[in-house]
Design a protein around this ligand. Structure first.
Ligand code: NAD
Ligand code: UD1
Length: 337
């Protein structure tokens, strides 16, 4: 029996594939490489010393999906494949809805035809919109404030309707907070195209000298130092959360949502300080205007994942910062050697 990983060449997918192989699972990966490189998959094989089947295919291509399920004895699906830039989703919403929502519909229809009814879906803390209070529990109100977040919310609802119609499905909706960090080997990490939007990849590029300074978006938020607070989580801890979710999803039935974060909020200035301490690199910064759409504080209540999945993030801010830097230093051009 194999685990199908969609989007397995991407940032979170690649780290999860490695953990799955190391734990003895057989995997099959589908990725169209629209936001990732084949090199990541080669490195997963190199690190795990295991081979696996890869299909360079799009979830919008139903024929290939059919072939993947026909040729492989798939037990469960971990569904990472999707577009994830909030800014881009505002510019090209139809592209986001088609890729993320239609792609997921195609996947679920094929799963249903092959009687594969176990799924882990990559949702996002974005589904909480502007949180009324922190820490955010899974029962907090949901609202989408941009097309990207709306694709996640729509997919969560589609999956709930699917379970409502057929109680033999088993689905975990994992709502990730802010994944950062990289594998400790320095061989897998986040490889953004163009100028990074997110904080840690930007800090990495300042540290390596590709950018002069960081713009800190806003210093008048309602937080301990005025800068935005987020729940940063090490990508390897996050990857391990998927294995715990798989252990729950395979033997049971139902649908449930889980926050995956550390439960601790750090500000932008805390992260800069943590990075400087962990790496001895200086990160010059200036304060800039708030970024539209940003919230002041977002961090998770992680009790549910802790109690039900038996999962807890273990890595520290120092680990996250040092591992991010090691990846950047060893791979100044990402996967393009
Ligand atoms: P990523 O872009 O690195 O990985 C996504 C992968 O999916 C890429 O390799 C891409 O090529 C592939 N893909 C996209 N559309 C596809 C399609 N139609 N068919 C086949 N492959 C396709 O992103 P990531 O950071 O690893 O995120 C993985 C998932 O987690 C995404 O669904 C994302 O929305 C979600 N998520 C990410 C974050 C984050 O901060 N990174 C936070 C919350 C949720
Ligand atoms: C962003 C997305 C969110 C997505 C998440 C992970 C927006 C509005 N939100 O969230 O939907 O789920 O990425 O992919 O894009 N910051 C700076 N300078 C920078 C970059 C960021 O000060 O150059 C600040 C931000 O204002 C924020 C914090 O750093 O306070 C974290 O930003 P980021 O890494 O982009 O994550 P989110 O804003 O949480």
């Amino acid at each position: 029996m194999r685990i199908l990983v969609t989007g397995g060449a991407g940032y979170i997918g690649s780290h999860t594939c490695l953990e799955l192989l190391n734990a003895g699972y057989e995997i099959v990966v589908i990725d169209n490489l629209s936001n990732s490189k084949l090199e990541a998959l080669k490195r997963i094989s190199e690190l795990s010393k295991k081979d696996f089947q890869f299909y360079q295919a799009d979830l919008l291509d139903k024929m290939t999906l059919e072939k993947v399920f026909l040729k492989n004895n798939i037990e469960a699906v971990i569904h990472f494949a999707g577009l994830k830039s909030v800014g881009e989703s505002i510019e090209v919403p139809l592209h986001y809805y088609h890729n993320n929502v239609t792609g997921t519909l195609n996947l679920c229809q094929t799963m249903e035809r092959y009687n594969v009814k176990k799924m882990i879906f990559s949702s996002s803390a974005n589904v909480y919109g502007v949180p009324e209070r922190v820490p955010i529990t899974e029962a907090s109100p949901l609202s989408a404030i941009n097309p990207y977040g709306r694709t996640k919310l729509i997919i969560e609802e589609i999956l709930r309707d699917l379970y409502g119609s057929d109680n033999s499905w088993s689905i975990a909706l994992l709502r990730y907070f802010n994944p950062i960090g990289a594998h400790e080997s320095g061989r897998l990490g986040e490889d953004p195209n163009d100028i990074p939007n997110n904080l840690m990849p930007y800090i990495n590029q300042v540290a390596i000298g590709k950018r002069d300074k960081l713009n800190v978006f806003g210093n008048d938020y309602d937080t301990h130092d005025g800068t935005g607070v987020r729940d940063y989580i090490h990508v390897v801890d996050l990857a391990k959360g998927h294995l715990k979710a798989l252990e729950m999803v395979i033997p049971t039935k139902g649908i449930d949502a889980f926050n995956l974060g550390t439960g601790t909020g750090y500000s932008v200035l805390d992260l800069i300080k943590g990075y400087e301490n962990a790496t001895s690199k200086k990160i010059p910064y200036t304060f800039a205007h708030r970024r539209p759409g940003d919230v002041d504080k977002s961090y998770a209540d992680v009790d549910k994942a802790n109690k039900i999945l038996g999962w807890k993030a273990l890595k520290s801010l120092e680990d996250m910062c040092y591992d991010s830097w090691r990846w950047q230093k060893n791979n100044p051009n990402g996967y393009d050697e």
